[in-house]
Each structure stands twice: as structure tokens, then as C-alpha cells.
Design a protein around this ligand. Structure first.
Ligand SMILES: Cc1cc2nc3c(=O)[nH]c(=O)nc-3n(C[C@H](O)[C@H](O)[C@H](O)COP(=O)(O)OP(=O)(O)OC[C@H]3O[C@@H](n4cnc5c(N)ncnc54)[C@H](O)[C@@H]3O)c2cc1C
Length: 357
């Protein structure tokens, strides 16, 4: 009896497994067969605005972002976005997202690792999938600069953070280090001094730089200790950060400082290595675009902080996002021998996309 029951259970398990494998194969094939009209890399001001515009033009649109909101999430006090006297980054970006989704843009959380050119298509490789598309909009902004210290990658998210505004509140009455000495670092140290017991500010400069008022506020903080001419060589700990080894760049002497958290606040850079062999970059590694947000590679457009436009602001990223989207649309129209547009005047929402194959 027991023997029979066992055989039945094994048979049921086998059928289930077979069904699951079949389902997986179908799902995998579906994602391989879809060719998006546009894949937008970056889900923040530039990328989400692009998505609003491309999906309104009935382009099958996929947005891939490591997070939703990018740098805008780092501020609770935006005072220069038209239409809002004052708004926090999260609320503003949530509106962008809702609007993009309302026009059927798809949004996935993933990291783009590579972009390959295949005849007249592009293959976007993420950590989990491959996506095919006819045009690409690069809107992946700027990312915090790394320290380049030993243990930096190991302790990311385990006591090492690149955002004092986001993670600072976790360090109430603890000891933290802020690495850097320019505007971002000064703001971070001043903010953390109200939360943490002690704040070390470590920099290879001899004094902090930035806004005069912020510098005098920082000088008034008794629990902020500035360590000049020093770099962090190593971050140490067990499950979480416990200390940093710093080296004096003048004397070469080294010191171990006990800390519970490290905030790397060394500014932002364009991490464009993933596309450096495909599109032209300037000396700051920003993507060079023309007035239509076209890059040096046909079919690839770029918008926002990742481009070589001098001013880095949310409204500018959004504006460029719209330009890149309409340019991508016109590019596809020209390929199909159809008419192009000069603006987006539609008042009706599109209902369904046509999928390119
Ligand atoms: C502290 C702070 C305060 C600011 N205050 C203001 C302000 O008050 N007003 C104002 O106008 N501007 C302000 N700015 C500037 C503003 O935030 C930026 O100009 C704007 O956010 C840029 O938008 P973006 O979409 O171009 O790029 P980002 O905001 O940098 O977003 C890039 C997106 O790309 C994603 N990404 C990156 N790499 C990859 C990858 N490989 N794969 C997938 N996704 C990727 C990121 O996760 C993110 O979603 C501030 C910036 C900071 C740091």
C-alpha cells in the first residue's frame, strides 16, 4: 500500500516538473521573440519622460532601471521643478512613473550590463535577461564615485552607503565616517552630525569646500572631526563595517579608526563603460549628443545627466528625455518610409501597442 502511494506521489511530482519546464520554455521564448521599438536604460527623470513620449507614440516601450527615481530620490526639497513650488523627489518621480505606465510603458528593475549591435537591432543584456529592440535611449544618469578602497564592494549595503540622506537615520548615536570634502560631503556631514554621536570627515584635501553658510554651519558642529590629507585604504568588519584604515597622503602614516558606518560622498560620475565602444564620449565620459539627442551611433539616443549637456537638473533631464523620445520615433518612421512629427499633440490615450517582430 505504502509502495503504491509512493509511486503515485513520484508520478504527480514528475508531471508537475514537466509542466513547469514547459511553462518556463514558453515564457523564455516569449521574451526572446518580443522586439521592443525602444528600450530605455534608466528609470528616472530622463528615462521616465522618454517613456511617456515614446509610449504615447504607440512605440512598444520598455524601461530598465536599477531603481526608480535615480538622484531625484536624494532630495526632499525640490524648489525649481515648474508647476511645483516645493516637492520631494519621491513624490515627483512617482507622478512620472504613473504617467508613463498610464500610456502602457513597461518598467522592470534590473541592471543593464551590456549593449550589443546586431544588424538593425540592439540586444540589451541585463543581469537576468536579453532584450531585443530597434532603438535605445540611454538615460542612466550619474552614479556616486567609488573610493577605490579595499573592502568597498564587500561592505556596500552592510554599513557602507553612498547616500547619507537615505541611510543616515540608521546611525542614531553611532560613529560614522563621511569620505569627501566637497559640497555633497559637507551637506552629508552636517546632516549626520544631528543624528550620529561622532562624525569623522576624511578627505585628501586640507579643508572642506562648498557653500559659505554650510561651511560655517559645519564648523559650529562639535561632533564633526575633519581628518585632512587622508584617503581610506581599507574598509574592515565582519557582517557589517567595524573600522576604516586611513593613510595620510603626506606622511604615509596609517591609522585604524573604529566606525559603525561609512558614507562615500565624493560626487557623481557617468559610468558609461558599458557603451564606451559604441558611442562617442567626452573627456568626462559623458555621452556626446546633438540637438536631437542622437548619439554617434544611429538608432541610439541619450538624455539627462549622462549626456554632455552642461546643466544637470531634473527639468533639463525631462526635457532631453522628451527630445530623445521624439527623435527615436522619427528615426523609426524614416526607416519605415513614413512621415515624421514635430511635436506630441495627441489628446487621446493610446489603447494597445502594436508589437514589432
Ligand atoms: C542631493 C541632490 C540634490 C539635487 N537637487 C536638485 C534640485 O533641487 N533640482 C533639480 O532640478 N535637480 C537636482 N538635483 C539634480 C537632479 O537630481 C539630476 O539632474 C536628475 O536626477 C538627473 O536625472 P536623470 O534621469 O538624467 O539621471 P539619474 O537621476 O541619475 O537617474 C539615472 C537612472 O538610471 C539608472 N541606472 C544607472 N545605471 C544603470 C544601468 N546600468 N542599468 C539600469 N539602470 C541604470 C539609475 O538607477 C536611475 O534610475 C539634485 C541632485 C542631487 C544628488
Amino acid at each position: 500500500m505504502l509502495h503504491h502511494t509512493l509511486i503515485i506521489i513520484i508520478l504527480i511530482l514528475q508531471i508537475l516538473t514537466y509542466k513547469e519546464i514547459k511553462l518556463l520554455q514558453v515564457v523564455r521564448k516569449m521574451s526572446e521573440d518580443i522586439v521592443y521599438d525602444v528600450v530605455i536604460v534608466g528609470a528616472a527623470a530622463a528615462g521616465l519622460t522618454s517613456a511617456i513620449y515614446t509610449s504615447r507614440q504607440m512605440m512598444k516601450t520598455l524601461v530598465i532601471g536599477k531603481d526608480l527615481g535615480g538622484q531625484s530620490l536624494l532630495t526632499n526639497d525640490i524648489q525649481n521643478y515648474p508647476g511645483f513650488e516645493k516637492v520631494d523627489g519621491f513624490s515627483l518621480i512617482s507622478k512620472f512613473e504613473t504617467q508613463a505606465r498610464s500610456f502602457n510603458a513597461e518598467i522592470v528593475y534590473d541592471e543593464v550590463l551590456n549593449i550589443l549591435v546586431e544588424e538593425n537591432k540592439f540586444i540589451i543584456k541585463t543581469t537576468s535577461k536579453l532584450y531585443k529592440c530597434l532603438t535605445v535611449i540611454l538615460a542612466f544618469g550619474k552614479t556616486p564615485r567609488d573610493m577605490g578602497a579595499l573592502g568597498e564592494n564587500e561592505y556596500k549595503g552592510r554599513g557602507l552607503s553612498y547616500c547619507a540622506t537615505c541611510d543616515g537615520p540608521l546611525y542614531r548615536r553611532k560613529t560614522v565616517a563621511v569620505v569627501g570634502a566637497t559640497e555633497h560631503a559637507v551637506d552629508a556631514a552636517a546632516m549626520l552630525s544631528d543624528i550620529a554621536e561622532k562624525v569623522y570627515m576624511i578627505s585628501n584635501r586640507d579643508k572642506p569646500f562648498g557653500d559659505k553658510d554650510m561651511l560655517s554651519l559645519l564648523a559650529s558642529k562639535k561632533n564633526v572631526i575633519f581628518i585632512p590629507n587622508s584617503i581610506v585604504k581599507q574598509v574592515n568588519g565582519d557582517l557589517a563595517v567595524k573600522s576604516v584604515r586611513i593613510a595620510n597622503s603626506k606622511s604615509g602614516s596609517e591609522e585604524l579608526i573604529s566606525v559603525d558606518g561609512v558614507f562615500v560622498e565624493m560626487g557623481y560620475i557617468a559610468k558609461t563603460d558599458i557603451i564606451k565602444d559604441i558611442v562617442d564620449l567626452n573627456s568626462r565620459k559623458e555621452i556626446i549628443v546633438d540637438r536631437e539627442c542622437q548619439t554617434s551611433h544611429k538608432g541610439i539616443f541619450a538624455a539627462g545627466d549622462v549626456t554632455d549637456l552642461q546643466f544637470k537638473q531634473i527639468v533639463i533631464s525631462a526635457g532631453q528625455g522628451a527630445v530623445a523620445a521624439l527623435s527615436a520615433y522619427n528615426y523609426l518612421q524614416k526607416l519605415k518610409g513614413q512621415s515624421t512629427i514635430k511635436g506630441d499633440w495627441k489628446t487621446k490615450k493610446p489603447s494597445l501597442h502594436t508589437t514589432s517582430k
